[in-house]
Write a protein that binds this ligand. Structure first.
Ligand code: HEM
Length: 232
């Protein structure tokens, strides 16, 4: 193969997790940690549950006011990055390809496998039903937490939206429950990533080659890594 052909082959391959997706995933991770840590600081100042305070070593911001500043800083990263991720997922067809369809049969079979510790993650390129539900669920909860956050931040400007949820305390509770769902997701998600280290490596390096980048998100089954002679 000529050097030019080698170059174009290596430039056009699409990996399981393309670079933009990886950048957005890790930016989102940083934003979530800032938002949860600073949110706990703000919560401690006016708790919803009398028995629940978050220890100082887990919160971000020395006082509630600093917590609030961190929260708004994280919010801009989370919202802008989240909009970019949603646009990317829809425009490239990634959501349709990776997260759909989900059938009840597939869910029951995957849950059965999980209960028998038979859940296999050998083929990184295909998400099982539990992964699909978890990813779709966390995306929806992410949208809901932003909407309720806007209602808490600007209750007058978003009064019609706020009216859909109820009074201020109800919106606070929904916002808190969304945070709890995201925290639970992160716990399960990170545990699974540790149990399947090659999935973590793929989210860092891009993972296996799955098709041609010029065709957008790959729709073909994965192909083998390029032979040594095609590697730049
Ligand atoms: C240290 C923290 C994190 C680690 C180690 C981690 C790891 C990973 C890994 C390895 C994957 C690849 C998917 C797989 O094979 O199952 C992935 C995908 C994903 N992660 Fe995370 N993650 C972290 C934080 C988060 C957070 C905070 C969120 C959202 C709240 C999140 C949401 C997602 C989503 C939605 C996907 C699917 C992306 C796609 O294919 O479009 N992750 N993560």
């Amino acid at each position: 193969m000529s050097p030019a052909a080698v170059k174009s082959t290596s430039r056009n391959v699409a990996r399981l997790h393309p670079l933009p997706l990886r950048v957005m995933h890790w930016m989102n991770t940083a934003a979530i940690f800032i938002m949860i840590g600073s949110g706990w600081r703000i919560y401690n100042d006016d708790v919803i549950f009398g028995w629940l305070y978050f220890p100082d070593f887990l919160v971000i911001g020395k006082w509630a006011q600093y917590g609030l500043q961190w929260h708004f800083f994280g919010m801009w990263i989370f919202v802008l990055n989240g909009l970019a991720y949603l646009t990317y997922g829809i425009v490239t067809g990634r959501f349709q390809q990776k997260l759909f369809p989900i059938s009840l049969r597939e869910i029951l079979a995957t849950v059965g496998d999980a209960l028998h510790f038979r859940l296999s993650h050998e083929d990184l390129t295909v998400y099982n039903a539990v992964q699909k539900i978890l990813y779709l669920g966390v995306i929806l909860v992410g949208i809901l937490i932003v909407i309720t956050g806007l209602c808490l931040w600007k209750p007058v400007q978003f009064s019609e939206l706020s009216g859909l949820f109820g009074n201020f305390q109800t919106i606070r509770l929904i916002h808190f429950l969304c945070m709890s769902a995201i925290a639970a997701f992160v716990l399960v998600h990170v545990t699974l990533a540790m149990l399947v280290p090659q999935s973590l490596l793929a989210m860092l390096t891009g993972g296996p080659i799955v098709g041609d980048a010029l065709a957008g998100e790959a729709r073909e089954p994965p192909v083998a890594e390029p032979a040594a002679e095609t590697t730049p």
